[in-house]
Ligand binder design. Structure first.
Ligand code: ATP
Ligand code: PAU
Length: 394
């Protein structure tokens, strides 16, 4: 089966982080066809429509050459809309957002002859989240006590919500409608902090190793618990059980140990707990500030990792006394890239309609998607494709 590709885009990030790529391919098995427009038929609205799949891939930014090879091998570029004459100037363009869209513009031009057309990062995050929440099911889920429960989103009752994107840093965005949002807060203690501090403290060479370590660790070895302070007792009057963390990394003060005396897995677990808990708490406070009941957490820090999601969900539940709900997204790390894709409208892309089944792509479809390192509980979402139709402007 030959895949032919039409509007594609990507999102580039700074060194040490990730490049996310979302692209559309038509899946006609008529291998004699060499023209994308052959895959187009007329939809209900009279617009030309391309049937195909959205694909997701990610690459570590330091392996940017793998990404370039991938784009070259798949011949990804803006094509379908050119066929429809919507934008004569859009010859070799990829939509891009985030810092990398600025940083790597010259490299893409030089290596691939492709221009990066920049889209605003916050616009893209919100457009991506709205798209996923409205069009893809199952997408959003709650995570409590090791149980993942998918949530059916009522389109009429989606807004307002708080979107918390946990990338290197964290952005908190109050979303009131399509294109209607405000970035109400953020924190510089985010996924990059976990990875950066973790790298220094454990000597881990890659993020997945650090995440994997946290599975086996015990945070109580380093964290000071309420019970450590109160002789094994709960502090009931202020609602703190003895096992609650009173002070992350607090035991290191009096343990009389060197860094080498702690197990890397315990350090990783304490660090993950500290950062996830902090993000959960700040998110809740912002939800409270604006009376928002739903908080959607996204970004590649999460990586579908059970312990991360559990910590965030418990923090939100604890601080809101069960009033607010933490929800997670299957395509957590691709919001910006998806939003970037939505911004193709200027190039003749009118709408994207998702068919309700989410399929597993053949292995190898996401070359460079570092599948082998995915944590045991993580969603391998870069290997999933979404069946959809792209409507093109007439
Ligand atoms: N394979 C990986 N390599 C590096 N970081 C990873 C990896 N997988 C997950 N992460 C985590 O994801 C974070 C980056 O997340 P994401 O790609 O969503 O952010 P971003 O949008 O690029 O962030 P920002 O815009 O703040 O730079 C890293 O800081 C790290 O915590
Ligand atoms: C700077 C961005 C938006 C880049 O993605 C992100 O890393 C972030 O939201 N950082 C947190 C910055 C702050 O609000 O303190």
């Amino acid at each position: 089966m030959k895949e032919r590709r039409t509007p594609t885009f990507s999102r580039w990030k700074v060194k040490g982080s990730l490049i996310k790529l979302v692209y559309f391919s038509t899946n006609s098995d008529d291998s004699s066809s060499s023209n994308d427009s052959l895959a187009a038929s007329n939809g209900d609205r009279g617009s030309p429509v391309l049937e195909g799949k959205l694909h997701f891939a990610k690459f570590e930014t330091q392996k940017i050459n793998d990404c370039i090879d991938f784009i070259r091998s798949k011949q990804l570029r803006l094509t379908g809309s050119e066929q429809h004459g919507a934008s004569g100037s859009a010859k070799c363009v990829i939509k891009a957002t985030g810092g990398g869209a600025f940083k790597y513009a010259d490299l893409f031009k030089e290596k691939l002859g492709i221009s990066l057309d920049k889209a605003d990062e916050m616009d893209c995050l919100v457009a991506g989240a709205n798209f996923l929440l409205k069009a893809v099911h199952p997408e959003a889920f709650t995570y409590m006590g090791g149980q993942k429960e998918f949530v059916k989103i009522d389109h009429e009752d989606l807004y307002p919500y708080l979107l918390v994107n946990i990338g290197s840093g964290v952005s908190m965005i109050k979303v009131d409608g399509p294109g209607k949002f405000e970035r109400v807060s953020g924190t510089n203690v985010g996924g990059g902090t976990f990875w950066g501090l973790g790298k220094l403290l454990t000597k881990c060479k890659n993020f997945d190793e650090l995440l994997e370590l946290s599975h086996q660790g015990n945070n109580r070895v380093i964290d000071m618990l309420v019970g450590d302070i109160y002789g094994g007792m709960d502090y009931t009057k202020i609602g703190l059980v003895s096992t609650a963390i009173a002070c992350s990394f607090g035991k290191a003060i009096s343990d009389n140990k060197e860094l080498e005396d702690y197990k890397p897995e315990d350090i990783s677990r304490s660090l993950l707990r500290m950062i996830s808990n902090n993000i959960g708490q700040i998110s809740y406070l912002n939800a409270l500030r604006f009376g928002l009941k739903r908080i959607f957490f996204a970004g590649f820090f999460i990586r579908g990792h059970a312990y991360t999601m559990d910590t965030i969900a418990v923090a939100v539940h604890f601080w809101s006394k069960g009033e607010a709900k933490a929800m997670f997204l299957k395509h957590e790390g691709f919001l910006g890239a998806l939003g970037s894709f939505m911004s193709y409208e200027k190039h003749g892309f009118e709408d994207l309609k998702v068919h309700q089944s989410v399929q597993q792509s053949p292995v190898g479809a996401s070359l460079g998607g570092d599948k082998s390192h995915d944590p045991p509980n993580g969603d391998l979402n870069e290997n999933q494709s979404i069946d959809c139709s792209v409507y093109l402007s007439q």
